[in-house]
Design a protein around this ligand. Structure first.
Ligand code: KG4
Ligand code: ZN
Length: 343
């Protein structure tokens, strides 16, 4: 870590966060837990033409967008790059080519400015988004993580330590939304499109709520199969598929279990607060249900704004702040990783 020539250990460090793990190129600046700017350039509309993320297209868009997005984040924050105390960047999990664009950029930034590089686990970033939403939030609390790759309930003991209480046995919740959207012929990204369609229907189809009981685990492959079978049976009978009802029924079957288990875990652990993060937490139905259940159970709920649930750089800067304060600086030799275990 010889390249670092800046005082470390500041109480409220000025951190640039960079995120490029999938199809959004994002940069944000925070001072301590205060968010100063959050910029994003997305290739989602281009990706929609292909029905999902094409890694090569994502990498090329990152290369074109990264300079601009970082410039914008610094200027919106009113910060000169020389004032930064550290650069936080997602090093995994994600698409390797995409990750390498952000990581290489961040390394050269850190090296030139002689400030620490903070290599951030994307999933830990999702969990750290809550700290920006409520600057008074302190562990212990229970967190729901629901994204395209993960579905889990965690016990956050301190800012750097957590215990995995339960996770999915198969698909992640976001993955299930994306697969169900395909069955219904909805465009990428599936989650927001299912949510939109669900508003026009009622949850009248009894799809199975997998792993309903008290065990702390989730499963989505059975629900996905039930949706496929239902639609095929309708088609074989020559009947119209009631798409809005399928979307509404799928949505409640997929999300009610998350709400029940998160609240159950919080009560079992005896904590007074619950947080949530990940793209699926942008879902309005989930947010309303979770808020109502937490209120009923006397739990404080810290829900990041929707734009900080889906991929963004503010959450990476937030996790970077935690790593900075823990002194976890990364060598410039750190490499991108397509997969990183949750812990
Ligand atoms: O956290 P995220 O942006 O990326 C990952 O780290 O995976 O999550 C993406 C996932 C996708 O599967 C997407 O369909 C889902 O989050 N998602 C939603 C909504 N917005 C995004 N799922 C349900 N309702 C939404 N409004
Ligand atoms: Zn994500």
């Amino acid at each position: 870590m010889d390249y670092i020539q800046r005082q470390t250990g500041k109480e409220n460090p000025l951190i640039l966060g960079i995120e490029s793990s999938c199809d959004e190129t994002a940069a944000a600046v925070i001072r301590g837990r205060e968010l100063l700017s959050n910029e994003i350039i997305s290739s989602a509309s281009t990706q929609a033409i292909y029905g999902g993320v094409v890694p090569e297209i994502a990498s090329r868009v990152h290369v074109i967008a990264i300079d601009e997005v970082v410039e914008r984040a610094l200027s919106r924050a009113g910060v000169k790059k020389e004032e930064l105390d550290a650069v936080a960047v997602t090093y995994g999990a994600g698409l390797l080519g995409s990750l390498l664009v952000g990581l290489s950029f961040a390394k050269s930034f850190a090296y030139t400015l002689k400030i620490p590089l903070l290599a951030v686990n994307h999933v830990r970033g999702h969990l750290a988004a809550a700290y920006l939403d409520d600057e008074t939030l302190k562990p212990p609390f229970v967190s729901l993580l629901a994204s395209g790759g993960h579905t889990a309930v965690l016990f956050t003991k301190t800012e750097t330590e957590f215990e995995l209480l339960g996770s999915t046995l198969d698909d992640a919740a976001g993955e299930a939304f994306d697969k169900c959207a395909r069955v219904l012929g909805l465009p990428y990204p599936g989650g927001p499109n299912i949510e939109r369609l669900a508003k026009e229907g009622t949850p009248c189809i009894p799809f199975p709520k997998m792993c309903k009981g008290s065990e702390m685990r989730f499963s989505y492959s059975g629900l996905k199969t039930a949706v496929i079978n239902y639609c095929h049976t309708k088609e074989q009978k020559g009947e119209a598929v009631p798409k809005a009802d399928v979307a509404a029924s799928f949505q409640s079957a997929a999300l009610d279990v998350l709400v029940e288990k998160t609240v159950q875990a919080a009560l079992q652990k005896g904590v007074s607060a619950v947080t949530a993060g990940g793209g699926v937490v942008a879902n309005g139905y989930l947010r309303e249900k979770l808020a109502a259940a937490c209120q009923k159970a006397g739990l404080k709920l810290v829900l990041p704004e929707k734009k900080y649930c889906t991929d963004n750089a503010a959450m990476i800067a937030s996790e970077g702040r935690i790593q900075y304060q823990a002194g976890n600086f990364s060598p410039l030799s750190v490499n991108a990783r397509a997969a990183i275990p949750l812990r």
